[in-house]
Design a protein around this ligand. Structure first.
Ligand SMILES: O=c1ccn([C@H]2C[C@H](O)[C@@H](COP(=O)(O)OP(=O)(O)OP(=O)(O)O)O2)c(=O)[nH]1
Ligand SMILES: [Mg+2]
Length: 146
C-alpha cells in the first residue's frame, strides 16, 4: 500500500482526526461530531468534523463499519458514499438503524464509519452502434442462478 498526501481541515476542534487502527488498514475511521439516537428504521445525516482536499485522480469512499453493522444493524444508506476530489465541505455520514427493535445510541467522538482513499479513472464515454461481444453478454440480475 502506498501513501498519498491528503490535505485535511479540522472543522471541529476537540474531535479526533480520522485515523487507521492498524498499519495496512484500508479504511481510516471517521468520528461522529454529535450524539445521535436512532430509533429502529430511523436514519440521519451526521457530520465528522473534517473536510479534505484529495489530489486529482483520487476519490474517497465512506464505508460502513462492520462492527456496527453486525452488532447493531447500523449501516450507511448510500454505502459507499463518494467524496469527490473537488469537494471541500464537511464529510458527512448517512446513518441508518436497520434493527427491528433496538434503538442505537452513538456518542460524539465515537467511530462511526471509515474512509477509503482510492485512485479512480475517468471514463471517456465513446458512443458506438454495437458493443463488443462477451461471454456474459446481456445476462444479469440472477442469470447465473441462485
Ligand atoms: O457519504 C457521503 C457522500 C457524499 N458526501 C459529499 C462529498 C461528495 O463529493 C458530495 C456529493 O456527493 P454525491 O455526488 O454522492 O451526491 P449528489 O446527491 O449527487 O450531490 P451533488 O449534486 O452535490 O453531486 O457530498 C459526503 O460527505 N458523504
Ligand atoms: Mg453527485
Amino acid at each position: 500500500m502506498s501513501d498519498v498526501e491528503v490535505l485535511i481541515q479540522p472543522l471541529d476542534p476537540g474531535l479526533p482526526m480520522p485515523s487507521y487502527a492498524h498499519s495496512g488498514d484500508a479504511g481510516a475511521d471517521l468520528h461522529a461530531a454529535e450524539d445521535v439516537e436512532l430509533m429502529p428504521g430511523e436514519r440521519t445525516v451526521i457530520g465528522t468534523g473534517v473536510a479534505i482536499a484529495l489530489p486529482e485522480g483520487y476519490a474517497a469512499f465512506v464505508h460502513p463499519r462492520s462492527g456496527l453493522a453486525a452488532r447493531h444493524g447500523v449501516t450507511l444508506v448510500n454505502a459507499p458514499g463518494t467524496v469527490d476530489a473537488g469537494y471541500r465541505g464537511e464529510i458527512k455520514v448517512t446513518l441508518i438503524n436497520t434493527d427491528a427493535k433496538e434503538p442505537f445510541r452513538l456518542r460524539r467522538g465515537d467511530r462511526v464509519a471509515q474512509l477509503v482513499v482510492q485512485r479512480v479513472e475517468r471514463a471517456l464515454f465513446t458512443p458506438v452502434e454495437r458493443l463488443p461481444e462477451s461471454v456474459r453478454g446481456t445476462g444479469g440480475f440472477g442469470s447465473t442462478g441462485r
